[in-house]
Design a protein around this ligand. Structure first.
Ligand SMILES: Nc1ncnc2c1ncn2[C@@H]1O[C@H](COP(=O)(O)OP(=O)(O)OP(=O)(O)O)[C@@H](O)[C@H]1O
Ligand SMILES: [Mg+2]
Length: 472
């Protein structure tokens, strides 16, 4: 039986008073509330007044028959779900089928079997109740599904927003990190440049003074020597037979050779001094304190100064065969640049080439079948910046060393990237050089490297000097 607190309400539509009465008794005994109607019209009124839970409907009625009534109720949303059970004559199969087709849930046959009627009514009440409960649950479920979908959508949006925020933040952090690294590299670069520059300038200055008075005094020495020689000749002329002691001393010191050799010594002193003077000039050239202003300079001078500083590392020593430097200098105009900084670039690249060649010699020992060589080529070219063609000088520094594997090439310009042992390389050389060429001079720094064959760096610097807005 259904489990509602109020008894279920059954409408009995039956024109036979006797039948109606009998049904009412049976149903009331079954705990149901019963209303009855004797024809179609009163049945419609009853339903309108208050919806029954189930209708027992006779087929044959005066006026509107059972089928019509059924059709009417089934066509209205308010009444379409009320279960209807037809009451038909036992033999009338056509009526049974028609009733079911019209939407009735069941039929009972006359004459009534009381228990059967009660059982069927109960069954259908329960079915209808279950259907309603199911519908309600369905509605609740679909509402829940909708809510869940909405929540999922909200979650999705939230995740997306969150992801966007995370990626924006990551990008911001990456930018800050990049800026920080650039600033760091610039700092180190200045530090490196100024320390090296100061040291070199100091040494050059210190050398200059003594060189100055040695050079200054050599000419007096030469003069005095000539005077003394003149004087000696006079002695020899007037005292052609000197005492033994003088004669012996003359032989002991090999006076003739001495007289002959002193001019040579003086000459080599002069050459040596001239060389020292040139070195000191190169050092000053190399260390120019020109960080703040550009000037027109001869790039070859910078290269020569750099080579001079690295000279001790190029020479053959012990088992080291030395490094051959081949220069193929072109005709270059003066270039507007920061010479001290460009020299720093030449030093970094040349020092790397020397390191690479020396390491290879060390690793291969006697099996090296080539002469370690660095080639420096210079020339004039153009740098194309979008549509504009900018005249530039090109400096190619090529070594026939071990070259670089792909992994090293990928990170060559990264600050702090080094393959050298701790304490040997800072990994800043190339990143500083890259900055100096591209940012300070608006030029270009490229390289090509083949493992086992060597490495080539190409420096391109605009001749007239470009604005370096990006630089400090
Ligand atoms: N000519 C070259 N041949 C082979 N490898 C090279 C050459 N030039 C650079 N490299 C590689 O690139 C790396 C980075 O060079 P970079 O000059 O930036 O740093 P570093 O020489 O290691 O240290 P430092 O800051 O003292 O110069 C080197 O460690 C080396 O592995
Ligand atoms: Mg280096």
């Amino acid at each position: 039986m259904n489990n509602r607190s109020t008894p279920p309400k059954i409408l009995v539509v039956e024109d036979s008073t006797a039948n109606a009465k009998l049904l009412c008794q049976v149903l009331q005994r079954g705990g149901m509330q019963v209303v009855s109607a004797h024809n179609g019209e009163s049945a419609i009124q009853e339903v309108e007044a208050s919806l029954p839970d189930l209708i027992l409907l006779d087929v044959l009625l005066p006026g509107m028959d059972g089928f019509e009534l059924c059709q009417k109720w089934k066509s209205q949303p308010r009444t379409q779900d009320i279960p209807i059970i037809f009451m038909t004559a036992l033999t009338d199969n056509q009526d049974k089928i028609k009733g079911l087709k019209l939407g009735a849930v069941d039929y009972v046959t006359k004459p009534f079997h009381q228990e059967e009627v009660l059982a069927r009514v109960r069954l259908h009440l329960q079915l209808s109740h279950l259907t309603k409960t199911l519908e309600k649950q369905n509605q609740k479920l679909s509402k829940e599904v909708q809510e869940r979908k909405a929540a999922e959508k909200r979650l999705q949006n939230l995740t997306q927003t969150l992801e966007e925020r995370v990626s924006n933040r990551t990008q911001e952090l990456q930018n800050t990190l990049d800026e920080l690294q650039t600033a760091q590299v610039q700092l180190v670069q200045r530090e490196k440049l100024s320390t090296l520059g100061q040291l070199v300038a100091g040494v050059a200055h210190e050398i200059n003074n003594p060189v100055g008075f040695v050079v200054g005094n050599i000419k007096y020495l030469e003069e005095y020597h000539n005077d003394l020689l003149e004087h000696l000749k006079l002695y020899q002329k007037h005292y052609s037979e000197p005492p033994d002691e003088i004669q012996e001393h003359k032989e002991e010191i090999d006076l003739d050779y001495l007289v002959e050799d002193i001019p040579n010594i003086l000459e080599s002193l002069k050459v040596g001094m001239e060389r020292i003077r040139k070195i000191s000039l190169s050092l000053r050239n190399f260390s120019r304190a020109d960080d703040t202003s550009r000037m027109f300079v001869d790039i070859h001078e910078g290269l020569e100064s750099t080579l001079l500083i690295l000279k001790h590392r190029l020479k053959a020593k012990g088992t080291f065969p030395g490094i051959q430097v081949e220069k193929e200098y072109g005709n270059l105009p003066q270039v507007c640049c920061y010479p001290g900084q460009l020299n720093q670039v030449f030093t970094n690249i040349l020092a790397n080439a020397v390191d690479a060649l020396s390491e290879e010699v060390e690793a291969k020992q006697d099996n090296l079948n080539k002469k370690p060589t660095i080639t420096i080529q210079t020339g004039v070219g153009t740098l194309s910046e979008s549509e504009v063609k900018v005249p530039c000088v090109t400096i190619r520094i090529v070594d026939n060393g071990p070259g670089m594997p792909e992994e090293v090439q990928k990170h060559l310009f990264d600050p702090m990237f080094t393959t050298k042992p701790i304490g040997k390389g800072t990994g800043l050389g190339m990143s500083i050089s890259h900055q100096i060429v591209t940012q300070k001079h608006q030029g270009r720094l490229r390289f090509y490297s083949t493992p086992g064959e060597g490495t080539e760096f190409i420096i391109e610097v605009p001749i007239q000097g470009q604005d370096d807005a990006a630089a400090s």
